[in-house]
Write a protein that binds this ligand. Structure first.
Ligand code: APR
Length: 320
């Protein structure tokens, strides 16, 4: 059987890391696409030259021609601009919306059967626009945010409790931004919910609140440190986890920005929710019942995403 083909649209910091991870994990052959001449070609060659030492079997190609993504099984989109210190993800909207239009058209023309994972920010609005511009089925277009947000939450919780990250599960809902909703009652250490761990004296509510806030600000913390761009190792790793779930039909339960068609009382928009990812893309949206406080936080997050969608419609009439 031929190897799967993974097209990476955008060969910047995240795109290059995605290519390296996909090759090292032998998920398939990799095509790196970018509008910058030389960048995708240089990164593809550099990574290919790491193959003999690492011992992976994967072909890598860099290109500036959409024709080279033909027949891709997975497309991961990072094309666009990242944040600089002081910028919010929402500040990227105008520039990145135009990028989504050209990327959507490129994927529709050359890889219409692909499972598409968008990473470009502001994520929930960009993945919604990308699905519309591409015309691909909504179950085949999703956004990477929840896996990263919950990974950050798990990491900070593992530090707080001094236990392995492997034994910490975390549940994050809502848009990828300051309004994301970490659900503490569904987040656990080896199955013990966080509120119980507070009662057991493992931590205090104040410390837990601080961890939640650090998770919400997780992207900004890295932007402030790097000064020249935004996070790329953990975002790339998160998207690869989603791509692997699709390619291997793992039916993983992963949070991601998915199209809502009635779940959570919402329609025709993308927001972060728990999903099942397998060979049919987003196979299921898990519609959990929220308590009053969680619903209020979720509503606030949904309103923020709707505001960005309205701004997109104002910029590009075809989205209205
Ligand atoms: N088509 C293809 N590639 C494009 C286009 C386009 N129309 N416009 C820009 N690019 C490319 C740039 O040339 C650059 O190589 O997208 C790449 C983006 O890479 P970086 O600037 O390194 O950004 P990165 O850190 O990878 O983040 C990409 O993901 O997390 C989000 O907020 C982040 O929106 C940003 C995106």
């Amino acid at each position: 059987m031929a190897r799967p083909k993974i097209a990476l649209i955008g060969a910047g910091q995240i795109g290059g890391t995605l290519a390296h991870l996909a090759a090292m994990k032998e998920l398939g052959d990799v095509v790196l696409f970018d509008i910058a001449e030389g960048t995708p070609q240089g990164k593809a060659l550099d990574i290919a030259e790491s193959g003999p030492s690492e011992g992976f079997d994967a072909r890598l190609k860099g290109t500036n021609d959409y024709a080279d993504i033909a027949g891709a099984d997975v497309c991961i989109v990072t094309a666009g601009v990242p944040r600089k210190p002081g910028m919010s993800r929402d500040d990227l909207l105008g520039i990145n919306l135009k990028v989504m239009k050209s990327v959507g058209e490129g994927i529709a023309a050359h890889a219409p059967n692909a499972f598409v994972i968008c990473i470009t920010n502001p994520l929930d609005a960009m993945v919604w626009a990308l699905q519309k511009f591409s015309g691909l089925p909504a179950n085949k277009v999703c956004g990477m945010a929840g896996v990263l947000d919950s990974a950050r939450f798990r990491h900070f919780l593992s530090l707080e409790f001094d236990v392995s990250m492997k034994d910490v599960t975390a549940f994050v809902l809502g848009g990828h931004g300051d309004t994301m909703v970490p659900l503490t009652r569904y987040s656990t250490v080896a199955g013990i919910p966080l509120p119980d761990l507070v009662k057991m004296g493992w931590t205090t509510q104040e410390k837990l609140d601080a961890v939640v806030q650090r998770t919400r600000d997780g992207g900004a913390e890295i932007v402030a440190l790097l000064k020249t761009g935004s996070a790329f190792y953990a975002p790339a790793t998160s998207a690869i986890e989603m791509a692997e779930a699709y390619l291997k039909d793992q039916k993983r339960v992963l949070p991601c920005a998915a199209n809502l068609d009635g779940a959570y009382g919402l329609n025709g928009m993308y927001v972060g929710v728990p999903t099942v990812i397998g060979a049919n893309g987003i196979e299921r949206v898990i519609d959990i019942t929220l308590d009053k406080d969680e619903q209020a936080m979720f509503d606030k997050s949904v309103d923020a995403v709707k505001g960005l969608m309205e701004a997109c419609k104002g910029i590009d009439g075809s989205l209205a």
